[in-house]
Write a protein that binds this ligand. Sequence first.
Ligand code: SF4
Length: 445
Amino acid sequence: MSAPAPRPYRSYVYAYPHKTAYRPLTGRPELAALWAGEPKDALSLYAHIPFCEVRCGFCNLFTRVGAPDELTTRYLDALDRQATAVREALGDRDPVRFATAAFGGGTPTFLTAAELERLCDIAEKRMGVDLRAVPLSVETSPATATADRLALLADRGATRLSIGVQSFVEAEARAAVRPQRRADVEAALGRIRDTGVPVLNIDLIYGIDGQTERSWRVSLDAALAWRPEELYLYPLYVRPLTGLGRIKDPAAADRAWDEQRLRLYRYGRDHLVAHGYEQVSMRMFRRADAGPAGPDDYACQTDGMIGLGCGARSYTSALHYSFDYAVDMREVRSIIDVYTETEDFSRAEHGYGMTGPEARRRHLLQSLLQAEGMPVAGYEERFGSSPFADFGPDLARFEGYGWLDADAPSGLLRLSPEGLAHSDGLGPELFSAAVRAAMAAYEAK
Ligand code: SF4
């Protein structure tokens, strides 16, 4: 008999390896050397704005609440210095071109309209991104999606606005997320639609204390009423203290919560599919008649990423790097302070080397977690070996759990619906021993 399948909700693998595996880089390599041999004709730019107006109950992103003493100005000053240094490091020997851009966080629209204008200027004038010619995605929140900010972003070329609503049910928003009035959320969505920006994405969360299929449907239907081009359904990751917290045995409480989340996931997935959405990954759904509008959440071609800001990662083919990482509020603040005081941005500080085997893992992970699956030939062409030879025991185990689609066309490695439902259990199964050890050592800090 095969071993029981791992728990369905272990971690969201949106990038491999996780930043908790990064370490200070010996010799702080120069960016110019790191980028010297890299293709630079289709780069992605990501600018990270680590500020929010409130801290959501479930959030483990790199962000802080508020920005006292003109911190946003100092942050943008540092971002400007970093952009100048990075662009210089990219050099002019090869053509440098950006194919996509995104502002994320935190909440980029925590910045005022004038500050957002400056951010766009940095992307264009320092980095050379033609924002009106490439897909530009910006994250926002109900309270900060004001008409002046949205108009500025639309004018500068935003093609996608993504808003974290989480729940349209006020009691649920209060319980697990952040207090917000539904009328305010609806008004923000109206302002976003008024901009005419082509893609609206709405984030929703399931697994909130007391959430049922019926209340989940209220949120799903409220979101669907806006006909968003994209919807992300996220499982909640911070166990509610009330409700489930009353179950004394923690293992039983976890099991009950897993069951609730799986139930709500399936309900949400079926509801969206019945309303004309295609499933792109466990979390992402796209309106079938909307057409693709930018990179998917697990886009494979994520080498060639330039991250600006203290929480952003950058990827070359051989190295993933960033600044120091934290979630604890005090540490986040001190990392932001160090960033704003930095003058020399010409070197990589923290990172993880992408050796051959790690690059294979990353490719397998990021393609397998997409609903459309992984063409085996693409893997073989890129790495000169077969995924079955490289990951035989893992794939056999997944098959034993019923996670692989036995009816996938030949040459396609694809998850079954249950495999997709267990994406957050499957992903960590593919972490290398070295990445696991580095992550465990970080957690223990
Ligand atoms: S708005 Fe987003 S980044 Fe900010 S605290 Fe909430 S979930 Fe985290």
